[in-house]
Design a protein around this ligand. Structure first.
Ligand code: ADP
Ligand code: TRP
Length: 321
């Protein structure tokens, strides 16, 4: 089974990215053919700052490596190092119905948030489809926000296969219900673009500031509260042991859950869970040459697969004469 997913290097990775995608990907390392990549071409739709993009790419790679991704047990690379993806994007864009791409809400959402409405931003889902189809991925673990983009990839694979003959694997989304949407400090989806994140590698005072800023209601401590609708509880449950979670849940249901204490406990859990990875990340960042080398080696492996698919596609559509 081929499992593939990518992440944009457009800001500090946060616990939503971790629980929504990175953790799942890392857990598949032993039992699948795993493809993990940093999508710098996608990030170019919103980041027009040379340093930010190139440093962000190295940093996102260091994040994955520090969290336990072993480049010998998967294919780990940077999207733009495999230029075949751009050619496949073009070919797919010639069969992508305008209506299908126009229906994608992420374009409208991003424009509403102030990102410039470029052609690249509009055709973002076609590049993402090319990412997935180029490697003939069976499964794509992502958060719920990417579900529509996966449907575009499936539609394009089916349309291409119907028009030109069986070529692409039709990929399945893999969205874990529990982790589908990790809430941010304000209860909306945690997202770099909403400024409501808890970055994975934050520590000390800045981490404390974020955790203490998790929005809660004004219910008195002794009053019973609904854990399911509490933002703090929904973040806490990602880190607590089942036993501790049950205790806290009982406090919510029966009264006695003090938000301040729960936040301090959460702070401690986050610091501890990522302590080891934080150290490793610092080591990787101290040696960017090594990170680059890992990524370049990964790109060679990825490209071997990409050229095979692209060759078949070129043949199918008549670009081989
Ligand atoms: P952001 O919204 O912060 O820019 P990305 O779009 O780069 O995040 O998402 C990278 C991966 O992390 C995707 O698979 C996405 O579905 C997942 N993800 C992002 N935010 C969350 C969240 N709050 N809950 C669950 N998964 C998330
Ligand atoms: N669009 C995804 C996001 O913003 C990133 C991405 C690009 C991706 N190409 C992909 C995810 C291919 C999975 C598979 O999170």
């Amino acid at each position: 089974m081929k499992i593939l997913s990518g992440i944009q290097p457009s800001g500090q990775l946060h616990i939503g990215n971790y629980f929504g995608m990175m953790k799942t990907m890392i857990s598949h390392m032993e039992n699948s053919e795993l493809f993990v990549f940093i999508v710098d071409l996608h990030a170019l739709t919103s980041v027009h700052d040379r340093e930010r993009l190139s440093n962000g790419t190295l940093e996102a790679a260091a994040d994955f490596l520090a969290l336990g991704l072993d480049p010998d047990k998967c294919t780990f690379w940077v999207q733009s190092d495999v230029p075949e993806v751009c050619e496949l994007t073009w070919i797919l864009s010639t069969i992508a119905p305008m209506g299908l791409i126009e229906r994608c809400h992420s374009y409208k959402d991003k424009v509403a948030k102030g990102i410039a409405a470029s052609h690249g931003l509009f055709s973002y889902p076609v590049l993402m489809a090319a990412d997935i189809l180029l490697y003939q991925a069976d499964q794509v673990p992502v958060g719920k926000d990417q579900k529509q983009h996966l449907e575009v990839a499936r539609d394009l694979a089916q349309k291409f296969n119907a028009e030109f003959g069986e070529t692409f694997v039709v990929p399945e989304p893999a969205i874990s219900q529990e982790m589908a949407v990790v809430p941010g400090l304000d209860g909306q989806k945690m997202s770099k673009s909403y400024g409501n994140t808890i970055p994975i590698f934050l520590e000390g005072k800045p981490l404390k500031k974020r955790v203490m800023a998790i929005e809660t209601d004004a219910t008195p401590v002794e009053a019973p509260k609904n854990p399911e609708t509490c933002n703090l509880y929904n973040i806490f449950k990602l880190f607590a042991t089942p036993v501790r979670l049950q205790e806290i849940r009982d406090l919510y249901l029966n009264g006695g859950a003090a938000y301040g204490y729960i936040k301090l406990e959460l702070l401690d859990l986050i610091s501890t869970q990522f302590a080891d990875a934080r150290r490793k990340k610092a080591e990787f960042l101290a040696d960017p040459g090594m990170v680059r080398e890992i990524l370049k080696k990964g790109a060679v492996k990825a490209r071997e697969k990409a050229v095979v698919t692209l060759d078949l596609v070129r043949d199918r559509v008549g670009l081989k004469y």
